[in-house]
Design a binder for this molecule. Structure first.
Ligand SMILES: [Mn+2]
Length: 245
Protein backbone atom coordinates (compact mmCIF):
# COMPACT_ATOMS: atom_id res chain seq x y z
CA UNK A 1 0.00 0.00 0.00
CA UNK A 2 1.46 3.29 -1.03
CA UNK A 3 0.99 6.74 0.50
CA UNK A 4 -0.64 9.19 0.40
CA UNK A 5 -3.80 7.53 1.64
CA UNK A 6 -7.22 9.11 1.22
CA UNK A 7 -10.32 8.27 3.26
CA UNK A 8 -13.91 9.12 2.39
CA UNK A 9 -17.22 7.78 3.64
CA UNK A 10 -20.95 8.37 3.50
CA UNK A 11 -21.17 9.66 -0.03
CA UNK A 12 -24.54 7.85 -0.14
CA UNK A 13 -24.56 7.87 -3.93
CA UNK A 14 -28.21 7.85 -4.82
CA UNK A 15 -30.14 5.74 -7.31
CA UNK A 16 -32.27 8.85 -7.97
CA UNK A 17 -30.03 10.65 -10.43
CA UNK A 18 -31.45 14.20 -10.40
CA UNK A 19 -29.48 17.45 -10.88
CA UNK A 20 -28.31 17.55 -7.28
CA UNK A 21 -26.99 14.00 -7.51
CA UNK A 22 -25.20 14.77 -10.79
CA UNK A 23 -23.51 17.75 -9.13
CA UNK A 24 -22.40 15.62 -6.15
CA UNK A 25 -20.96 13.05 -8.53
CA UNK A 26 -19.02 15.74 -10.41
CA UNK A 27 -17.38 16.81 -7.12
CA UNK A 28 -16.54 13.19 -6.42
CA UNK A 29 -14.99 12.67 -9.88
CA UNK A 30 -12.85 15.80 -9.44
CA UNK A 31 -11.72 14.34 -6.12
CA UNK A 32 -10.87 11.07 -7.91
CA UNK A 33 -8.85 13.10 -10.47
CA UNK A 34 -6.81 14.58 -7.64
CA UNK A 35 -6.18 11.10 -6.19
CA UNK A 36 -5.16 9.80 -9.62
CA UNK A 37 -2.78 12.74 -9.95
CA UNK A 38 -0.98 12.16 -6.62
CA UNK A 39 -1.28 8.36 -6.76
CA UNK A 40 -1.57 6.39 -3.52
CA UNK A 41 -4.36 4.45 -1.87
CA UNK A 42 -8.07 5.23 -1.56
CA UNK A 43 -10.18 3.94 1.32
CA UNK A 44 -13.97 4.03 0.98
CA UNK A 45 -15.08 3.73 4.59
CA UNK A 46 -18.66 2.60 4.01
CA UNK A 47 -21.98 3.95 2.73
CA UNK A 48 -20.27 5.00 -0.45
CA UNK A 49 -23.46 3.87 -2.17
CA UNK A 50 -26.84 4.66 -0.68
CA UNK A 51 -27.85 1.18 -1.80
CA UNK A 52 -25.67 -1.54 -3.21
CA UNK A 53 -26.93 -5.05 -3.78
CA UNK A 54 -25.30 -7.43 -6.23
CA UNK A 55 -27.39 -10.16 -7.71
CA UNK A 56 -25.59 -13.07 -9.31
CA UNK A 57 -25.99 -11.54 -12.78
CA UNK A 58 -27.08 -7.96 -12.13
CA UNK A 59 -25.57 -4.77 -10.72
CA UNK A 60 -27.49 -1.45 -10.31
CA UNK A 61 -27.09 0.34 -13.66
CA UNK A 62 -27.74 3.82 -12.20
CA UNK A 63 -24.21 3.57 -10.82
CA UNK A 64 -22.65 2.95 -14.24
CA UNK A 65 -20.67 6.22 -14.33
CA UNK A 66 -19.51 5.80 -10.71
CA UNK A 67 -18.34 2.27 -11.42
CA UNK A 68 -16.56 3.41 -14.55
CA UNK A 69 -14.74 6.22 -12.69
CA UNK A 70 -13.69 3.80 -9.95
CA UNK A 71 -12.43 1.38 -12.60
CA UNK A 72 -10.38 4.11 -14.30
CA UNK A 73 -8.90 5.08 -10.94
CA UNK A 74 -7.98 1.45 -10.27
CA UNK A 75 -6.43 1.13 -13.73
CA UNK A 76 -4.33 4.24 -13.13
CA UNK A 77 -2.60 2.35 -10.30
CA UNK A 78 -4.55 3.60 -7.27
CA UNK A 79 -5.36 0.77 -4.87
CA UNK A 80 -8.99 0.97 -3.72
CA UNK A 81 -10.10 -0.51 -0.39
CA UNK A 82 -13.79 -0.68 0.42
CA UNK A 83 -14.90 -1.14 4.04
CA UNK A 84 -18.59 -1.94 3.69
CA UNK A 85 -21.24 0.13 5.46
CA UNK A 86 -24.84 -0.47 6.45
CA UNK A 87 -26.09 0.83 3.07
CA UNK A 88 -23.70 -1.04 0.78
CA UNK A 89 -23.01 -4.28 2.62
CA UNK A 90 -24.49 -6.62 -0.02
CA UNK A 91 -21.61 -7.25 -2.38
CA UNK A 92 -21.01 -10.45 -4.26
CA UNK A 93 -18.05 -11.04 -6.56
CA UNK A 94 -18.06 -7.92 -8.75
CA UNK A 95 -16.24 -5.24 -6.74
CA UNK A 96 -13.41 -7.52 -5.59
CA UNK A 97 -13.45 -9.42 -8.90
CA UNK A 98 -13.32 -7.49 -12.19
CA UNK A 99 -13.25 -4.13 -10.35
CA UNK A 100 -10.05 -5.11 -8.53
CA UNK A 101 -11.09 -3.56 -5.23
CA UNK A 102 -10.22 -4.91 -1.79
CA UNK A 103 -13.51 -5.45 0.03
CA UNK A 104 -13.88 -5.78 3.82
CA UNK A 105 -17.26 -6.89 5.21
CA UNK A 106 -16.35 -5.69 8.73
CA UNK A 107 -13.51 -3.58 10.08
CA UNK A 108 -10.00 -3.62 8.62
CA UNK A 109 -6.54 -3.10 10.10
CA UNK A 110 -3.93 -1.91 7.60
CA UNK A 111 -0.32 -0.74 7.77
CA UNK A 112 0.47 2.22 5.56
CA UNK A 113 2.95 5.10 5.70
CA UNK A 114 4.41 3.69 8.95
CA UNK A 115 1.02 3.80 10.66
CA UNK A 116 -1.28 1.01 11.80
CA UNK A 117 -4.84 2.08 11.02
CA UNK A 118 -8.09 0.60 12.26
CA UNK A 119 -10.88 1.28 9.77
CA UNK A 120 -14.54 0.70 10.41
CA UNK A 121 -17.73 2.16 9.00
CA UNK A 122 -18.85 2.51 12.62
CA UNK A 123 -22.53 1.50 12.65
CA UNK A 124 -23.80 -0.35 15.71
CA UNK A 125 -20.99 0.77 18.04
CA UNK A 126 -23.10 2.78 20.50
CA UNK A 127 -24.58 1.15 23.60
CA UNK A 128 -28.07 2.38 22.63
CA UNK A 129 -27.86 0.57 19.25
CA UNK A 130 -29.10 -2.81 20.61
CA UNK A 131 -32.22 -2.86 18.42
CA UNK A 132 -30.25 -1.76 15.41
CA UNK A 133 -27.65 -4.53 15.92
CA UNK A 134 -30.42 -7.14 15.89
CA UNK A 135 -31.94 -5.65 12.74
CA UNK A 136 -28.51 -5.63 11.10
CA UNK A 137 -28.07 -9.32 11.91
CA UNK A 138 -31.39 -10.11 10.22
CA UNK A 139 -30.71 -7.92 7.15
CA UNK A 140 -27.34 -9.59 6.66
CA UNK A 141 -28.43 -13.15 7.38
CA UNK A 142 -27.98 -15.71 4.67
CA UNK A 143 -31.71 -16.42 4.48
CA UNK A 144 -32.67 -12.72 4.06
CA UNK A 145 -30.08 -12.24 1.32
CA UNK A 146 -31.20 -15.47 -0.36
CA UNK A 147 -34.85 -14.37 -0.37
CA UNK A 148 -34.07 -10.81 -1.51
CA UNK A 149 -31.98 -12.17 -4.36
CA UNK A 150 -35.07 -13.93 -5.70
CA UNK A 151 -37.05 -10.71 -6.01
CA UNK A 152 -36.91 -9.22 -9.48
CA UNK A 153 -34.19 -6.49 -9.35
CA UNK A 154 -36.67 -3.79 -10.50
CA UNK A 155 -38.78 -4.63 -7.44
CA UNK A 156 -35.93 -5.28 -5.01
CA UNK A 157 -34.11 -2.05 -5.80
CA UNK A 158 -37.33 0.01 -5.57
CA UNK A 159 -38.09 -1.54 -2.17
CA UNK A 160 -34.58 -0.82 -0.93
CA UNK A 161 -34.82 2.78 -2.16
CA UNK A 162 -37.92 3.45 -0.06
CA UNK A 163 -36.47 1.63 2.98
CA UNK A 164 -33.37 3.80 2.76
CA UNK A 165 -35.52 6.94 2.59
CA UNK A 166 -37.37 5.83 5.76
CA UNK A 167 -34.19 5.07 7.73
CA UNK A 168 -32.80 8.51 6.79
CA UNK A 169 -35.79 10.11 8.56
CA UNK A 170 -34.91 8.54 11.91
CA UNK A 171 -31.45 10.04 12.32
CA UNK A 172 -30.94 11.07 15.95
CA UNK A 173 -31.19 14.81 16.67
CA UNK A 174 -28.03 16.93 16.62
CA UNK A 175 -27.92 17.44 20.42
CA UNK A 176 -26.53 13.95 20.93
CA UNK A 177 -23.31 14.69 19.08
CA UNK A 178 -20.99 15.32 22.04
CA UNK A 179 -22.09 12.23 23.99
CA UNK A 180 -21.81 10.12 20.85
CA UNK A 181 -18.33 11.44 20.13
CA UNK A 182 -17.33 10.66 23.72
CA UNK A 183 -18.56 7.07 23.43
CA UNK A 184 -16.91 6.57 20.04
CA UNK A 185 -13.65 8.03 21.40
CA UNK A 186 -13.64 5.26 24.02
CA UNK A 187 -13.91 2.73 21.18
CA UNK A 188 -10.95 4.42 19.48
CA UNK A 189 -8.89 4.43 22.69
CA UNK A 190 -9.44 0.66 23.02
CA UNK A 191 -8.06 0.20 19.47
CA UNK A 192 -5.03 2.36 20.36
CA UNK A 193 -4.45 0.06 23.36
CA UNK A 194 -4.40 -2.87 20.93
CA UNK A 195 -1.52 -1.23 19.07
CA UNK A 196 -3.24 0.85 16.39
CA UNK A 197 -2.03 4.41 15.79
CA UNK A 198 -5.13 5.69 14.07
CA UNK A 199 -8.85 4.92 14.04
CA UNK A 200 -10.86 6.10 11.03
CA UNK A 201 -14.65 5.94 11.06
CA UNK A 202 -17.66 7.14 9.08
CA UNK A 203 -21.41 6.61 9.53
CA UNK A 204 -22.18 9.39 12.03
CA UNK A 205 -21.92 12.24 9.50
CA UNK A 206 -19.76 14.04 12.07
CA UNK A 207 -16.40 15.48 11.08
CA UNK A 208 -13.82 15.58 13.84
CA UNK A 209 -10.12 14.80 14.12
CA UNK A 210 -8.60 14.26 17.54
CA UNK A 211 -4.88 13.61 17.99
CA UNK A 212 -3.39 12.87 21.41
CA UNK A 213 -0.03 14.11 22.72
CA UNK A 214 1.29 10.58 22.11
CA UNK A 215 0.40 10.96 18.42
CA UNK A 216 -2.64 8.65 18.38
CA UNK A 217 -5.50 9.82 16.18
CA UNK A 218 -9.25 9.33 15.94
CA UNK A 219 -10.89 10.59 12.77
CA UNK A 220 -14.63 10.90 12.14
CA UNK A 221 -14.92 11.42 8.40
CA UNK A 222 -18.05 13.55 8.06
CA UNK A 223 -19.80 12.88 4.75
CA UNK A 224 -20.21 13.99 1.12
CA UNK A 225 -23.74 15.25 1.60
CA UNK A 226 -23.28 18.25 3.92
CA UNK A 227 -19.56 18.39 4.76
CA UNK A 228 -17.60 17.16 1.70
CA UNK A 229 -14.77 16.15 4.02
CA UNK A 230 -12.08 13.52 3.61
CA UNK A 231 -9.04 12.26 5.49
CA UNK A 232 -5.53 12.37 4.14
CA UNK A 233 -2.47 10.55 5.45
CA UNK A 234 0.84 11.82 4.18
CA UNK A 235 4.32 11.51 5.70
CA UNK A 236 2.80 9.85 8.77
CA UNK A 237 0.46 12.78 9.43
CA UNK A 238 -3.32 12.49 9.33
CA UNK A 239 -5.41 15.53 8.41
CA UNK A 240 -9.11 16.24 7.89
CA UNK A 241 -9.64 18.15 4.64
CA UNK A 242 -12.64 19.79 3.01
CA UNK A 243 -13.16 19.42 -0.72
CA UNK A 244 -13.93 22.81 -2.34
CA UNK A 245 -17.51 22.76 -3.70
MN1 LIG B 1 -23.78 4.36 7.72
Amino acid sequence: MTAPAYFISDVHLSLNDGDQEQERRQHLYRFFDMVRHTGGTLFLVGDFFDFWFEYNHVIPKRYFDVISHLYQLHNSGVEIHFILGNHDYWTNDFLNGPMGMHVYPAEAVVDIDGQRIHLTHGDGLLARDTGYRLMRKILRSRITVFLFRWLHPDLGITLAQSASRISRKYNPPEGFDETRIEELSRYAAARWDEGCDMVVMGHYHLNRLHTTNEGKSFLLLGDWIYHYTYGKLEQGRLTLETWPT
